[in-house]
Design a protein around this ligand. Structure first.
Ligand code: 13P
Ligand code: ZN
Length: 281
């Protein structure tokens, strides 16, 4: 099933072309992720930092934030609605997405656009905003954040030795596939079980995503960041591919065939320039 063509539909939303393009990208990424099985039902959420004129078009109330984000005061984010399907974003962007503006010194937000039909912002808004704020504070701001339930990476969070030693997890993923180092030069962070939507998950995600661009939420899913939703999806794909290979190979008890330390050193040398270019772009 091909995603519904969006051009005409989005141009009717009455938003500026940059935002309409971002909405189109979210719809396409959402559809592709659903096809991968990484956003079953209403799983997953997205946020993108956007420039939005000071419309204050919302007549709605200020909604309190459970996780204060003073550094984001006044900023706007396009975010997915809670309980809505990624695969429906293209068809019903006004229901599946909304634009929120952070107000009251980072203690609340108002809805500037979207969330039609009574929908509301994703339950993982605390994690998304916490990550946006922490990346801004760290001088490495990002525009897009994606959370989805990438199956093979989630499966790895069951493995006891990885839970005890997350560095071991990343070391093994690098040894599964030649592109893992190029795609994930800053690795994947690991966060133990936390209640979804909670402030503990939010603060741990913020800390983890300053060290890396992808974090695995144990027994739950993956969160990744990038300049665009496509970039964030790329990282999840690199990680999940390596995890899938690991799971296939570990069943065959053929671990001696992993890329060796020597192979990895060669890869790092070969990819050094490409990784440096990407880091500075
Ligand atoms: P929302 O529908 O509230 O975004 O929740 C989906 C999810 O994946 C929670 O982690
Ligand atoms: Zn989730």
């Amino acid at each position: 099933m091909a995603p519904e063509p969006l051009g005409e539909r989005v141009s009717r939303l009455g938003l500026n072309p940059d935002i309409e393009q971002i909405i189109q990208d979210c719809g396409e990424v959402g559809f592709l992720l659903w096809r991968k099985g990484w956003c079953e039902g209403a799983a997953g959420n997205m946020s993108v930092a956007i420039d939005f004129p000071n419309y204050h078009s919302s007549s709605g109330p200020a909604i309190s934030l459970t996780y204060p984000v003073p550094d984001l005061n006044g900023q706007c984010f396009l975010v997915t609605a809670s309980g809505k399907r990624f695969r429906d974003i293209s068809k019903r962007p006004e229901q599946c997405l909304g634009i929120v503006r952070i107000i009251d010194g980072g203690l609340a937000f108002v809805v500037e656009w979207g969330f039609l039909g009574g929908s509301r912002a994703t339950s993982e808004l605390p994690a998304h905003l916490a990550v946006h704020q922490q990346r801004l504070r760290s001088g490495i701001p990002i525009k897009a954040i994606l959370h989805a339930h990438a199956t093979h990476l989630i499966a790895l969070s069951f493995v006891q030795r990885f839970r005890r030693d997350p560095d071991l997890l990343m070391g093994l993923l690098y040894r599964m596939h030649t592109e893992a180092y190029q795609g994930l030069p800053r690795g994947i962070s690991y966060i133990g079980f936390r209640v979804p939507g909670g402030t503990e998950l939010a603060s741990d995600a913020a800390a983890a995503l300053t060290k890396s661009d992808v974090a695995l939420w144990s027994h739950h899913g993956v969160i990744s960041v990038g300049e665009s939703m496509d970039d964030a999806m790329d990282l999840m794909e690199y990680g999940d591919k390596a995890a899938q290979l690991f799971l296939m190979i570990s069943q065959r008890n053929d671990s001696g065939a992993y890329l060796s330390e020597h192979d990895l050193r060669e890869l790092k040398t070969a990819y050094h320039d490409a990784v440096a270019r990407r880091a500075s772009s």
